[in-house]
Design a protein around this ligand. Structure first.
Ligand SMILES: [Zn+2]
Length: 718
């Protein structure tokens, strides 16, 4: 999630001056209710290329006019003018992004392959516009003496820093080379993503016999039957090569041979030595990123990326990761011992002898969960209906921030599964729209995410926001409720936390609004929201059994609570291994050495003492966070950084006496959710909490031993 439009995408080739096509729906102002809505129903894939080209040309003209303005540079004629510019481009690229993430057909992928380097070149033409940069620099130099508000000063700083960091000060060959690198990277990112999408789509395990389903609960079987039917294999069961298909299979299947098969297929994505293998692409990406960082004056890509984060340096991010790594690995040893004991008992009872392997972890963890906490996920799931959990996130937002939700009518959607709600404040005033695209489908990227279709602002008249949440739930039979797992419910609250961050935004300038904050701060609001899934106020109202309508029993909730620290070794290590490899890759890469991603992954994990029973949550060839764009590169640590904040922030509610304490909720809204990027995140947090965050709350949340006693001032994550 970076700043959209203007300053983010970049590049240099000459773009043909395509005339504005009055016919192209992508270029038109959004019309209809709520200040206009995206015309998803009228978009054709063939509109994208001419639409993007015309919008880029138009935007460059606007930029040129700002750069050539004869008046002395000031905030309004330069910085605010940039905020006003590029609206058609933002509209086109928003819809283009929605197609890329959720409707990626073969036709669309052809357009994407062609447009990615052109979009990169376009962005570079803006950031390398000398006259424009000189004006921004002039406003920046005069910022303290020009009577600007703190928010305006922050925006000036952001524009200036963004331009400098993108190479605005470079000259001649270096300048040209950065633009070339950006275009080449854009193509490589596209290739990486398309390969991954293809490997997820092309490998499907069809199960033909009832015996192959041993251990799978009803919901998982039905989902697999639907998936098979949708692929022309009626009467069989399809296990897709996606996380939402793989995880339940590995958790429940009694068939160790099939678990191993599913595991190997999933964790080999784009590492099969075929046309979709991503290894060479990764090597080239790493090399180019290192070269670009050097040209921009940084020792490594990691140093460049971290500079404008809350952590500021790779060293500080590493310090936090290393503090958590050892206790997490120690917990894994305990978890494996517990699982091995279950396996040994089974073997003694006549079962096969099993030494825990990676494809056994989720399966035996589930058995330990049942034995130790008497908690069976299959007993929890019937209480978690997708629709009810959606009502729960609405209700929770009402309790915390006074927001209200009602279905919006007459709003076009990109697919019939998508539904839209209008969001109002306590007084009934319109706040924004929330789109929800819940189900998996071919051409939709896996996982869950939030997206902003329009940013909130008020400097130039009130513009309300449009946000969306996207997930990959397996659609059930028509008319039957979709039951989700506890983890899925957490994910829903998480993604809705991002949406709420967008919806609560109350800033003047669009570039500072909502979730456009530092990468290692953006997951803080979303991870904080996860805490409300398990509060009794939510569960008693919304965790209702799909058949009896009865709320989830108190004893079951207590079991869930007791089990909340369960498996944290696995969860933390599979994540942290990825975060460490990401950072180490980007610290190690240089412009003139070729890194072999497989060897690097293997050697780095061995040096860290990675438990052999676990693999990285996203192995290198599948690590979209860091190789499908720059956004989370050298930044996967952000989730841990943000969780340090969220654990600490949640304790503010606990200390105040409850999850709906009015004073804490108001402080949270005023200092975190509504402020966007108008304030430095460390200061934002201090205003909310009254102090800097510490690591102790995180360790308590995950049930880890802290290496050293925590004192008030000691903190690894300011
Ligand atoms: Zn998130």
């Amino acid at each position: 999630m970076s700043r959209t439009g203007l300053l983010v995408v970049a590049a240099a080739a000459v773009i043909a001056a395509t005339p504005l096509h009055a016919e192209n729906v992508l270029l038109k102002k959004w019309t209809g209710p709520y200040g206009g809505v995206p015309p998803f129903d009228k978009v054709k894939v063939s509109d994208f290329k001419p639409g993007l080209e015309a919008a880029m040309a138009e935007n460059l003209k606007e930029i040129d006019a700002i750069a050539k303005n004869p008046a002395t540079p000031d905030f309004d004629n330069t910085i605010a003018a940039l905020e006003r510019a590029g609206k058609p481009f933002e509209r086109v690229s928003t819809i283009y992004g929605v197609f890329r993430n959720t409707m990626s057909s073969d036709d669309f992928q052809k357009v994407e392959t062609e447009m990615a380097p052109k979009l990169a070149a376009f962005n570079d033409r803006i950031v390398q516009n000398k006259a424009l940069f000189e004006r921004i620099a002039a406003v920046y130099d005069a910022r303290e003496a020009s009577g600007l508000t703190p928010e305006q000063k922050r925006l000036v700083w952001l524009d200036y820093t963004t331009f400098v960091r993108a190479g605005a000060r470079l000259e001649g060959a270096a300048r040209q080379r950065v633009a070339e690198i950006n275009q080449r990277l854009a193509s490589l990112f596209t290739k990486f993503s398309q390969n991954l999408l293809a490997d997820e789509k092309d490998y499907v395990l069809y199960l033909e016999k009832e015996a192959d389903l041993a251990g799978l609960p009803g919901g998982v079987r039905e989902g697999a039957a639907q998936a098979a039917e949708a692929r022309g294999h009626k009467g069989q069961w399809a296990i897709l090569n996606t996380r939402s298909s793989m995880e339940p299979f590995l958790t429940y299947s009694d068939r160790r041979d099939l678990r191993e098969k599913v595991w190997r297929t999933y964790y080999s994505r784009c590492n099969n030595g075929d046309a979709k293998d991503n290894n060479a692409t990764i090597s080239e990406i790493l090399k180019l990123r290192a070269e670009r960082a050097n040209l921009l004056g940084y020792p490594t890509h990691a140093h460049w990326r971290l500079e404008d984060s809350m952590a500021k340096t790779p060293e500080r991010a590493m310090e936090l990761m290393e503090a958590v790594w050892k206790p997490a690995v120690a917990r894994v040893r305990e978890e494996v011992a517990d699982m091995q004991a279950v396996a040994d008992t089974e073997a003694a009872g006549g079962g096969a002898k099993v030494t825990i392997e990676p494809w056994d972890y989720r399966y035996y963890a589930e058995k330990v969960r049942k034995a130790r906490y008497d908690l069976d996920q299959n007993i929890v799931t019937p209480y978690l209906q997708l629709d009810k959990m959606r009502e729960a996130i609405f209700w929770n937002a009402g309790q915390l921030f006074g927001l209200q939700f009602k279905p919006a009518t007459g709003v076009p959607v990109v697919h019939l599964d998508v539904r839209v709600w209008e969001v109002t404040d306590a007084a009934g005033k319109h706040v924004g729209l929330w789109y929800f695209d819940p189900y998996a489908r071919p051409g939709k990227q896996s996982g869950a995410w939030m997206n902003a279709y329009r940013s909130q602002s008020k400097f130039d008249g009130v513009v309300t926001t449009i946000v969306s949440n996207n997930a990959n739930f397996v659609k059930g039979k028509p008319g039957e409720p979709v039951l989700i797992s506890w983890d899925d419910a957490l994910t829903m609250f998480h993604e809705f936390g991002h949406a709420l961050h967008g919806l609560s935004s109350s800033v003047n300038y669009p570039s500072l609004s909502g979730t456009k904050v530092a990468r290692d701060y953006v997951e803080f609001p979303s991870q904080l929201l996860e805490h409300w899934v398990s509060v009794p106020e939510v569960l008693n109202r919304f965790a209702l059994h799909y058949q009896t309508g009865k709320p989830i029993p108190k004893e079951l909730v207590e079991k869930i609570d007791r089990a909340s620290k369960f498996n944290q070794g696995f969860i933390t290590v599979e994540y942290l291994a990825g975060a460490l490899v990401d950072m180490k890759l980007h610290l190690a890469a240089t412009a003139d050495t070729t890194i072999d991603p497989q060897a690097f992954e293997r050697e780095t994990l061995a040096a860290l003492g990675m438990p052999k029973e676990i693999v990285m949550r996203h192995r290198t060839t599948q690590f979209s966070h860091i190789f499908s764009s720059d956004s989370y590169s050298a930044g996967y640590y952000s989730y841990l950084w943000s969780d340090t904040l969220s654990a600490d922030a949640w304790e503010a509610f606990v200390e105040a006496g409850g999850p709906y304490d009015k004073a804490v909720a108001k402080r949270l809204l005023d200092n975190v959710f509504s402020t966007g990027n108008t304030i430095d995140p460390a200061e934002d947090y201090r205003n909310f909490r009254g102090r800097d965050p510490g690591i102790a709350a995180l360790m308590r949340k995950r049930g880890f031993q802290t290496a050293e006693p925590q004192t008030g001032g000691k903190t690894s994550a300011r």
